[in-house]
Design a protein around this ligand. Structure first.
Ligand SMILES: [Zn+2]
Length: 189
């Protein structure tokens, strides 16, 4: 199975991005009449099995759907989960030497090392290539001649959904919806 399935962007009732869901999950939301409005300009139609009345069932799903849930992350202002994959997407390059590497050659560096009480958090994590991470070792930046090329930041939920969208089949309207929220988030902070 190499065909990439479309992914559906779920919003809360006010339009705040909640997360990516599969079309199967979206189909369940439609069947339970949980979808309050749609915003995507792309529709995906899936044909299922034969229903009891002999007709083929099919479901038409918008690429962006809103459900009457509050977006927990926005409400709690909880940071999105920090993973290597999302961190490497945030930074794009090693934040010490500026080189671009495949993920297999990258590491999560704790800017303030864990041994010095540094937390595993978005603002204390930097993408580092293995040589840079080894060179920095368990030292504070002030103890080295190294410096960060960018200040580590917490991505807002919309920016986070864009980070983890890499490799997914997303539509132009999903991308622009999230980009407009990500831009607003940056302006606020
Ligand atoms: Zn490096």
């Amino acid at each position: 199975m190499t065909t990439m399935q479309p992914t559906i962007l779920k919003l809360d009732i006010s339009g705040l991005p909640v997360g990516w869901i599969t079309w199967q999950t979206a189909a369940v939301l439609y069947s339970r009449e949980r979808v309050r409005w749609e915003a995507g300009d792309t529709r995906f139609t899936f044909t299922g099995g034969v229903r009891g009345d002999g007709l083929r069932s099919s479901v038409s799903i918008s690429s962006i759907i809103a459900v009457p849930d509050k977006s927990g992350r926005y409400m709690k202002r909880a940071p999105p989960p920090l993973t290597n994959r999302a961190l490497f997407q945030r930074d794009g390059v090693c934040l010490y030497c500026g080189e671009r590497y495949p993920a297999s050659k990258l590491t999560m560096d704790h800017v303030i090392p864990k041994s010095r009480g540094g937390e595993t958090s978005w603002t204390n994590a930097a993408t580092a290539c293995k040589p840079c991470n080894t060179a920095k070792n368990d030292r504070l930046l002030s103890e080295t001649s190294m410096s960060l090329l960018a200040v580590p930041f917490v991505p807002d939920p919309a920016a986070y959904l864009l980070l983890i969208a890499s490799g997914r089949r997303i539509t132009a309207c999903q991308q622009s919806w999230l980009e407009s929220f990500a831009a607003k988030g940056k302006k606020l902070s």
